[in-house]
Design a protein around this ligand. Structure first.
Ligand SMILES: NC(=O)c1ccc[n+]([C@@H]2O[C@H](COP(=O)([O-])OP(=O)(O)OC[C@H]3O[C@@H](n4cnc5c(N)ncnc54)[C@H](O)[C@@H]3O)[C@@H](O)[C@H]2O)c1
Ligand SMILES: [Zn+2]
Length: 437
């Protein structure tokens, strides 16, 4: 399994005549689109989730009702019995020390962050942890920045710091940064002394809408993404939306790939809202961002509370990720952002769903349109070959007894299945449509 040799920025338009989009359109007449009846037959290795609906509603009116100027956080609860925790969402939350301090149980805190985020927010977080509370002492470990450092060697730096500074079981670890820091700090907290408390302060859209919620923590292995890790829930998640002001545009778009995912797999009203408000999201309209974060967290919190350890439903949050993780590993971690790889992977999963006759072509078009509107790639990098996809997909965590299970769309928009019961030919056709060799 060789990494792609070249590095380039993602394509954001379909390849000309050989584009998968054209391939789809060309193949339209060859495909038999089977009318979908509901409820469908559910075979033993197919899990269908269209009947689990979130008790939430999206509307532009609601967007206008958001009071971004208010410093009262919106709270979304992740309901996991005695491991339940709040997600605080709002502007200026790092200036409200009580929100963090109530979740620090011992007297010593280790903030885990990186070389980019530390100069921007570390002082603010230290103040939030210590203002009016002189009994708490805060130390920090500043890791190198980037997906390529999400590995055992970097993780060791957290343990080195914690052990050299003689942190004990009453320690609280605080993850300050994007998904890479959150996943690594969470895993460090899960493993250090067999588990210490931790708090997530996500500072990217990706982390605020997805990675900081739900307790998946871990690191990469050279042979695959996130293969080493633990389920480990934080004490709280604090989303200060002001931190997004310093985030580069490309990172904003990357996070939006996960926002689109929630709409596609389970929340059609949210998808429709995104279709109308994508420009506002990209322009960092604070109301639009706050609404998208809240709605995403509500969706994720509901899925996680129904299936914390991913026995079925939670796997649907990985729409596009099996293809996407292959791109991340095959291209070399960090060449494409996670959300960019997920966007291209989502297009591939949607293409395959259409080849199987499980979704209407209008859905395929809407997916292309929304991802393009978000400036995200809609095809994998050209260096990815069919063989590379196959070898990386073979080590995906969703392989069970040698069978690759995928999240595919099925039925009207907002419905998906997690299944190993699909025609292998469709997967092959999708891979060949998107790869030159
Ligand atoms: N645990 C989960 O459930 C889950 C879910 C989705 C993604 N992930 C993981 O998350 C990672 C991707 O997360 P990401 O997209 O946040 O990437 P990231 O953590 O690499 O952050 C992106 C970049 O933005 C910088 N940054 C962070 N906050 C900033 C800010 N406020 N201002 C300026 N720069 C800032 C970072 O230093 C980095 O350079 C992947 O490793 C992925 O596997 C995990
Ligand atoms: Zn993801």
């Amino acid at each position: 399994m060789a990494y792609c040799a070249t590095s380039h920025t993602p394509h954001i338009s379909p390849k000309s005549s050989s584009s998968p989009r054209n391939a789809l359109i060309r193949s339209r007449n060859r495909l038999t689109v089977v009318p979908i009846r509901f409820p469908p037959k559910i075979s033993s290795n197919v899990l269908k989730f269209d009947r689990i609906r979130p008790p939430i509603r999206a509307s532009s009116a609601q967007l206008m009702e958001q009071n971004v100027g208010s410093r009262v956080p919106t709270i979304v609860d992740v309901d996991l019995g005695n491991r339940s925790y709040p997600i605080y969402i709002g502007s200026g939350l790092l200036d409200q020390p009580h929100l963090l301090q109530r979740h620090v149980h011992g007297k010593r805190v280790l903030v885990v962050t990186n070389t980019t985020v530390a100069p921007l927010y570390l002082d603010k977080v230290v103040s939030a942890l210590t203002d009016g509370n002189s009994s708490v002492s805060v130390e920090s470990v500043i890791l190198p920045d980037g997906e390529k450092y999400k590995n055992m060697e970097t993780l060791m730096k957290v343990f080195d710091k914690a052990i050299e500074s003689r942190f004990d079981r009453r320690a609280t670890f605080v993850a300050l940064g994007g998904g890479v820091i959150g996943d690594m700090c969470g895993f460090a907290a899960a493993a250090f002394l067999r588990g210490v408390n931790f708090i997530q302060i996500p500072t990217t859209v990706m982390a605020q809408v997805d990675s900081s919620v739900g307790g998946k923590t871990g690191i990469n292995h050279a042979l695959g993404k996130n293969l080493i890790g633990a389920f480990y829930q934080p004490q709280c998640v604090l989303v200060d939306t002001d931190t997004l002001n310093t985030l580069p545009d490309r990172e904003i778009a990357s996070g939006i790939a996960e926002v689109v995912k929630y709409g596609l797999i389970r929340d059609v009203e949210f998808f429709e809202w995104q279709e109308k408000n994508m420009n506002a999201l990209l322009a960092r309209d604070p109301n639009a961002l706050a609404y998208a974060i809240k709605r995403s967290c509500e969706n994720k919190a509901e899925v996680v509370s129904l299936d914390e350890k991913e026995s079925g439903l939670r796997a649907t949050l990985n729409l596009g990720h099996t293809f996407g993780h292959a791109i991340e590993a095959g291209f070399g971690y960090g060449q494409w952002l996670h959300g960019e790889a997920v966007a291209a992977g989502t297009v591939m999963a949607v293409d395959m769903s259409h080849r199987l006759g499980w979704i209407d072509e209008s859905i395929v078009k809407r997916v292309y349109n929304i991802l393009q509107a978000a400036n995200l790639p809609i095809a994998p990098p050209e260096c990815m070959t069919v063989e590379m996809f196959k070898s990386y997909m073979a080590v995906d965590k969703k392989v069970a007894d040698g069978l690759l299970r995928l999240i595919l769309l099925k039925g009207p928009l907002g419905n998906c299945v997690f299944t190993g019961d699909y025609d292998r030919k469709a997967l092959d056709e999708t891979l060949h449509a998107f790869c030159k060799s």
